[in-house]
Design a protein around this ligand. Structure first.
Ligand code: PLP
Length: 455
């Protein structure tokens, strides 16, 4: 990645605007071109092999090149490469996948509605909450509460739900009716002498105050990821969601569970809600729903919402929502095969078996002088870097040391992700013990290099 840009890099720089990339810097350094993948590895166009420690974007749960998934996709492409669900049309993979979701969901699900991305799923969630509250005669009950550092996507509404500054800055977001409450990150946000239980109770009390201040009749829903992924792999204390649930129930506020990362085994249960005691009224799913082999997302809703929405669609004359590619046959067929594989190969059990090994690797690195906190849930984890871990200090220029450490790791053949100064790891769920060893082997060296550079 040093030296003059290659032909592919030059063409990229001239033709593409990259997501989550500094475009000015990109023009100088060019892209890192990835050519192919195999198991937990990807290979770049120079032939160099990397262990994909982020499963792409927290999504390639079965790794790369799974022949069963490829065959399922080919078969569906040959049979029915496109169809839709508008106007009452249907096709078998869409029906079968919705049945599978109903069977596995951590709440009684009545109906499933498809989209293509996590952002569209969360946009749909907000529209459904509004539609539902209109249906039940509560037209003022429309505000949605999300959390600082939550990540829910980038469309106008899902980007507003996201609680990260760079998703709002100069995009004129958030839009109105979207509010943000506190982050359940005990290590950074907990007060001196406060226990995790007291911290959770304080956050629940803040939420309660916010709802009362806004007026419970104006608040429709609360949205949360069980573990905050793109906010920095923030694992909530055990008491957090039970305390939050009590507030939501008291004020008749829906609980939207964003399982886009945590869903389908990532935290060691089928859904993160089970790991953390969340009681959702609706769920967003994407990413590992298809092991990322095809774009697909889904929203699952409870009986109460489904009944109200169905009845209102009758009054209006149609349910006026849906995307051309929502529930694309390719995504649904791949989704059905993905879930069958998760079940047959006991991927959730595998995550549970690998999680202590993964966690031990992170915990061992917690002693490094650059590491403030090591955190993990299932097979997702993070190392929060700090210039003075004992004081939980933050770097004066946030993000620089994290990016440097991730670059050092990349040079050593590991793809991680720097989220500010947290180094995130979320490998394919099929990762073996030997591959976990390989993933973490170069981390200490990369941290040493970053530590020396930061001084
Ligand atoms: N929700 C969560 C929890 C996510 O992590 C993401 C993406 O990383 C999204 C929603 C948005 O998904 P997409 O990028 O498919 O729009």
């Amino acid at each position: 990645m040093d030296g003059p840009l290659s032909n592919a890099q030059t063409r990229d720089v001239e033709a593409l605007l990259h997501p989550y990339t500094n475009a000015v810097q990109h023009r100088k350094v060019g892209p890192h071109v990835i050519e192919r993948g195999e198991g937990v590895y990807v290979f770049d166009d120079s032939g160099k092999r990397y262990i994909e420690g982020m499963a792409g974007l927290w999504c390639a749960g079965l790794g790369f090149g799974d022949s069963e998934l490829i065959d399922a996709a080919k078969e569906q492409m040959g049979k029915l490469p496109y169809y839709h669900l508008f106007g009452g049309k249907s096709f078998e993979p869409a029906i079968e996948l919705a049945e599978k979701i109903k069977e596995l969901a951590p709440m009684p699900v009545s109906k499933v509605i498809y989209q293509s991305s996590g952002s569209e799923a969360n946009d749909t969630q907000v529209k459904l909450a509004w539609y539902y509250n209109n249906a039940r005669g509560k037209p003022e009950k429309k505000k949605i509460i999300s959390r600082v550092r939550g990540y829910h996507g980038v469309t106008i509404v899902s980007g507003s739900l996201t609680g990260l500054p760079y998703n709002h800055k100069r995009f004129d977001l958030p839009v109105d009716r979207i509010l943000h409450t506190g982050t359940p990150h005990f290590w950074r946000e907990g007060r001196d002498g406060e226990t995790e239980a007291e911290f959770s109770a304080r956050l629940a009390a803040e939420l309660d105050e916010m709802i009362i201040r806004e007026g419970p009749d104006t608040v429709a829903a609360f949205i949360a990821e069980p573990v905050m992924g793109a906010g920095g792999v923030l694992v909530p204390p055990a008491d957090y969601f039970p305390a939050i649930q009590a507030v939501l129930e008291r004020h008749d506020v829906l609980c939207i569970d964003d399982e886009v990362i945590c869903g389908f085994g990532r935290t060691g249960n089928w859904f993160g809600a089970e790991t953390f005691g969340m009681k959702p009224t609706s769920i967003s799913m994407a990413k590992q729903l298809t092991a990322a082999y095809a774009p697909l997302s889904a929203v699952a809703i409870n009986q109460d919402m489904a009944d109200a929405i169905e009845a209102q669609s009758g009054e209006v004359g149609t349910f006026g929502h849906g995307f051309t590619y929502g529930g694309h046959p390719l995504g649904c067929a791949v989704g059905v095969k993905t879930i069958e594989i998760y079940q047959r190969r006991d991927i959730v059990g595998h995550v549970r078996r690998m999680a202590p090994i993964f966690r031990a690797k992170l915990d061992a690195l917690a002693a490094h002088p650059l590491v403030g906190e090591a955190r993990a849930s299932g097979l997702m984890g993070g190392l929060e870097l700090s210039p003075d871990p004992a004081k939980k200090a933050a770097f004066c220029e946030p993000g620089k040391v994290g990016a440097y450490a991730a670059d050092e790791l990349l040079k050593r053949g590991v793809i991680s992700r720097a989220i500010g100064d947290t180094l995130a790891f979320c490998p394919p769920m099929v990762i073996t013990e030997a591959e976990i060893e390989e993933l973490f082997a170069p981390v200490e060296g990369a941290l040493d290099a970053a530590h020396a550079w930061a001084k």
